[in-house]
Ligand binder design. Structure first.
Ligand SMILES: *Cc1c(COP(=O)(O)O)cnc(C)c1O
Length: 512
């Protein structure tokens, strides 16, 4: 694929009679995550065929490519054994070895190596050495790259590093998915926001106008009713219209902590069983796919499905709470669910979510974020202010230090806190095991008590407390609708139009 991209670029260069010595003056290639990294040696190899020397080709390519990092999870940064690449791309091997040797000559530190001592190729290292720009996708993420994950690279290439906070397309996530809200906004503040997302700020003038707040509430009810009808026909689950829609939809991963949300639901279930009832019904909605071989992620889905069966079929409990795990979660389902959501669950372990974009889609549709200070949640919190977002949990500096000192022990939280012990034990209770698979549930239990790689238990109590407060605040309808309005009014920053304009101004420099 990268080879074909190079072919297209080269035919355009030739059609315009441009010299290949000037490739970087006509072309920028944005390497979007590590996947297209081989475009670097491929470009060099094709420039050699055009008669350039290897060092001239490397110099030009390094001024042509820019790299975007999308994750700080070390296990998600691609590494490939040299042995594999020798089979797949034999013609690029000498070039990759040359690039590695050239980098090692200037920077002998093994942490910076492209080919490591086990003959493994580190794609991100190849990208950083041989590109002119390295960017993260949210302000906090870029700072963590510079100060922790890629600190050694930032020391040698400080000017390469920059931030481009992600955005979302408002054409899809407002105009298409929420025509009711779009139409209402057009009537209230004109259609300017459709081309200039920052014009949504005009909505803030109406933050205490009860007519506007009630109109927003009516739109939310309409979108909830539409999803209720969809859920009835597609999943055979009946969600009450007067319930709070608490939504966590995203890939299933331990760092995103769907398991913490499940533990909250267990806590609520046990409260209801003991006679403590929520002010109004709550609908807990999940959606997401797990990677096929990611065992614990599959077990988390299994637990949520067991809870769905237990709770939705229990007449004493299903008056107060319902669970829906949406199967085959995808963009089409997201477009239906996000406009219907009241609460946006963004509860990753601080420092682990590079940006998130689901968080932005929910904000734009008037849901209130319940989240950690992670990824772009930090920027959402700055934009809406502390009264209009629910923040909980340990911050990224604390978490990074806990990893560095290896000092988090989940068993301590399990053994020393009766609330935590009670909710975690419920995973392997007789009732749950009767509905599910004992081995899967036991493996999940053991993972949480014995390892808990993403520190679910460290934030569980604070999560319960802040989430309960959000549900309580929901009852103060005008105050809640005011929060919702402030979120919509400040969402303009997260338009992908802004993101693309920043890439162009700082990196691509295309004259439009
Ligand atoms: C936006 C989106 C995502 C990303 O969600 P996050 O909460 O940022 O992880 C994943 N899947 C689908 C279908 C989406 O629309």
């Amino acid at each position: 694929m990268v080879s074909n991209a190079v072919s297209l670029i080269f035919s355009e260069m030739e059609a315009n009679n441009y010299s290949f010595n000037n490739l970087h003056k006509h072309v920028v290639i944005q390497i979007n995550d590590t996947h297209p990294t081989l475009v670097i040696p491929e470009l060099i190899s094709r420039l050699l065929l055009k008669g350039l020397t290897i060092d001239k080709a490397i110099d030009i390519v390094s001024q042509t490519v820019a790299y975007t990092n999308h994750t700080i999870l070390a296990e998600a940064l691609e590494k490939w054994p040299l042995k594999y690449l020798e089979k797949v791309v034999p013609s690029l091997i000498d070039i990759i070895k040359y690039l590695d040797a050239k980098a090692k000559k200037v920077y002998p530190n093994p942490d910076l190596a492209i080919i490591d001592m086990d003959n493994i190729i580190h794609m991100a290292h190849l990208d950083i050495h041989y590109s002119f720009s390295v960017n993260g996708v949210a302000a906090l993420h870029t700072e963590i790259l510079k100060n922790s994950e890629l600190h050694n690279f930032n020391k040698i290439y400080p000017t390469k590093f920059n931030n481009k906070t992600n955005g979302i397309t408002f054409r899809r996530w407002l105009l298409h998915s929420n025509p009711e809200l779009t139409r209402y906004l057009e009537g209230l503040i004109s259609s300017k926001f459709k081309k200039d997302a920052l014009a949504l700020k005009q909505l803030a003038n109406y933050s205490n106008d009860t007519r506007v707040l009630n109109a927003l509430e009516n739109i939310k009810q309409t979108k909830k009713q539409q999803f209720i009808d969809y859920a009835r026909t597609h999943y055979n689950v009946e969600l009450p219209l007067n319930s709070i829609f608490d939504v966590q939809i995203k890939r299933i991963h331990e760092y995103k902590r769907q398991q913490m949300n499940a533990l909250y639901i267990i806590h609520k279930y046990l409260e209801i069983k003991s006679g403590i009832y929520p002010d109004r019904p709550i609908s807990f909605i999940f959606g997401g796919k797990a990677a096929p071989a990611y065992k614990i992620a599959k077990h988390i889905i299994h637990l949520i499905l067991c809870l769905q069966q237990l709770i939705n079929n229990d007449k004493d409990v299903n008056k107060y709470i319902k669970i829906l795990f949406v199967e085959n979660y995808n963009v089409t389902v997201a477009e239906k669910l996000i406009p219907a959501a009241d609460i946006s669950e963004q509860i990753s372990l601080a420092s682990k979510e590079a940006s998130g974009t689901g968080n932005m889609k929910f904000m734009l549709n008037g849901a209130i974020t319940l989240g950690t200070m992670d990824g772009a949640n930090v920027e959402i919190a700055e934009l809406v202010g502390p009264k209009n977002i629910y923040i909980f949990g340990k911050d990224s500096n604390t978490i990074i230090e806990l990893y560095q000192t290896n000092s988090y022990k989940s068993a301590d939280y399990y053994n020393n806190d009766p609330v935590i012990k009670q909710t975690v034990d419920f995973i392997i209770s007789r009732q749950i095991i009767a509905l599910g698979n004992q081995q899967k549930l036991t493996e999940l239990f053991n993972e949480l008590v014995g390892k808990d790689l993403f520190m679910t238990l460290i934030d569980l109590n604070h999560y319960i407390k802040v989430k309960d407060q959000a549900f309580k605040d929901y009852e103060n309808r005008l105050t809640w609708l005011n929060k919702s309005l402030v979120n919509i009014a400040n969402a303009g920053y997260f338009s992908s139009d802004r993101t693309i304009a920043q890439y162009n101004k700082d990196i691509w420099k295309i004259n439009l």
